[in-house]
Design a protein around this ligand. Structure first.
Ligand code: LLP
Length: 431
């Protein structure tokens, strides 16, 4: 169904690295049509400059306090991106032995700046992290503390730990990615933490060195971060009065972005965030650790996909792309909004459509009832803000191979992950 709505003006996509140049969508100077022809679709495209810019915003705003940015590997765990972040001086927040291995391969010099989070660390993962002499274990339960103590003792290591406390702070975000309330599985209730630290201090192989908190993801207000850190700071002071040498406060990740095309000034938002964090921690002499993921990489990336077919079912118009929920699951899983733009900006009537993938589920959609310029078979579209939790959540559902990934550096594309083949996909299976 075509509506007689005038074609939308070319939107202002800032602060993203994606812009129209002569009606062709580009990423940091690279032409997306050419990338699609050269590397095929679906294709993840990232701008190295845009990632660097976000790192430097955080580094600048937090320069006044001793800090380490421990990039949350889960947001985008591409080795090339980890390497780049390591070169920029970042540490890493990992949640598995697999992510530790990625850091070892991409940024081995940063292993000593790794924090290990997660509620279900396994023994082999704990051993690997102990052997890598990581900076800090964010311990999430007393049971984990006991296991860590016995493994550290067995390996002749001392594990520096922070308890991840649950501050019971509400943060307005999607329920699946909110973590700071008592009802969530994460952390240890802050009221109980002092007792658990006492126990930790008695355990062999354990050195209480910090307090950590992470209240959730895609949090756009700064107040919840401040509230959580005020509580954490209070606890850190009590622990010091108990004689513990608390020298790290890990404020977690979660700092959000704007997925729409509303005006968004990330530098101004980082300044606000930093002011809130520094106010909460004013005067307490600690090394601040932060675990940003999404803020650094989401807007640097897009998923490029080609329209396969269009069809009309009753009142509904469908645009079927070659990317699907297995490539980018955020709309299906969190009802997340991603801007969807034609790669060639032509003068076409607008149209209300569901933009969907080929996977056999009604949940396989990128947008529902979205107004876009009319899309036709063969057109390329870009799904914006797909640099975080895009490729890292990709699956093989429907026996679909993972997309390729390209990093744009100084205007030049570099393939950082080739498209999988069916042989790759089937390689681990036994008949
Ligand atoms: N630290 C910890 C302990 C975390 O659990 C997370 C994210 C982060 C740091 C990084 O959070 P960020 O700065 O990226 O918000 N798949 C969801 C997001 C899940 C977040 C999980 N934890 C999404 O696509 O929105």
């Amino acid at each position: 169904m075509s509506l007689s709505i005038p074609p939308a003006a070319r939107p202002d996509l800032s602060p993203r690295p994606f812009t129209y140049a002569n009606a062709r969508l580009t990423c940091s100077g690279a032409d997306l049509t050419e990338l699609a022809e050269r590397f095929g679709t679906p294709l993840y495209v990232y701008s190295a400059d845009a990632i660097r810019e976000r790192v430097s915003m955080l580094q600048t705003e937090f320069a006044a306090v001793p800090n380490t940015l421990c990039y949350a590997v889960k947001a985008n765990s591409s080795l090339a991106i980890l390497k780049m972040l390591g070169e920029l001086g970042c540490g890493f927040d990992i949640v598995s032995g697999g992510e530790l291995e990625r850091v070892r391969r991409a940024a081995p010099q940063a292993l000593r700046q790794v924090v290990f989070s997660g509620v279900g660390k396994q023994i082999w993962e704990i051993d690997a992290a102990l052997n890598a002499d990581i900076l800090l274990f964010n311990v999430e339960s007393e049971a984990e503390l006991e296991v860590l103590s016995s493994r550290a003792t067995a390996l002749g290591k001392t594990a520096k730990i922070a308890l991840r406390v649950n501050p019971d702070v509400f943060a307005d975000t999607h329920p699946y990615i909110s973590t700071g309330l008592r009802e969530h599985k994460f952390g240890i209730a802050i009221e109980r933490a002092r007792d658990v630290y006492r126990r930790a201090a008695q355990l062999s192989g354990i050195e209480p060195a910090g307090v950590s908190v992470h209240i959730g993801s895609q949090i756009r207000a700064v107040e919840p971060f401040q509230q959580a850190l005020v509580r954490v700071r209070g606890l850190a002071e009590e622990l010091r009065s108990d004689g513990l040498n608390i020298r790290y406060i890990d404020g977690g990740g979660g700092f959000g972005i704007e997925y729409g095309v509303a005006a968004f000034d990330p530098a101004a938002r980082v300044a606000e965030y930093s002011a809130a964090v520094r106010t909460a921690l004013n005067g307490i002499n600690v090394q601040l650790l932060l675990e940003p993921g999404r803020f650094l990489v989401a807007q640097a990336g897009a998923l490029l996909t080609r329209v396969l077919y269009t069809k009309q079912n009753g009142a509904k118009h469908f645009v079927i792309t070659d990317a699907a929920m297995n490539d980018l699951i955020r709309p299906a899983l969190y009802q997340a909004h991603h801007e969807i733009l034609p790669v060639l900006h032509e003068s076409r009537a607008s149209q209300l459509a569901d933009i969907v993938g080929p996977v056999c589920e009604s949940g396989d959609f990128f947008a529902r009832d979205r107004l876009t310029p009319e899309l036709r078979s063969g057109d390329l579209v870009a799904l914006l803000d797909a640099g975080a939790y895009g490729m890292s959540l990709a699956s093989h559902y429907n026996t679909r191979v993972h997309p390729a990934e390209v990093l744009i550096e100084a205007g030049h594309p570099r393939l950082i992950r080739r498209r999988e083949t069916l042989d790759d996909l089937l390689a681990a299976e036994l008949l």
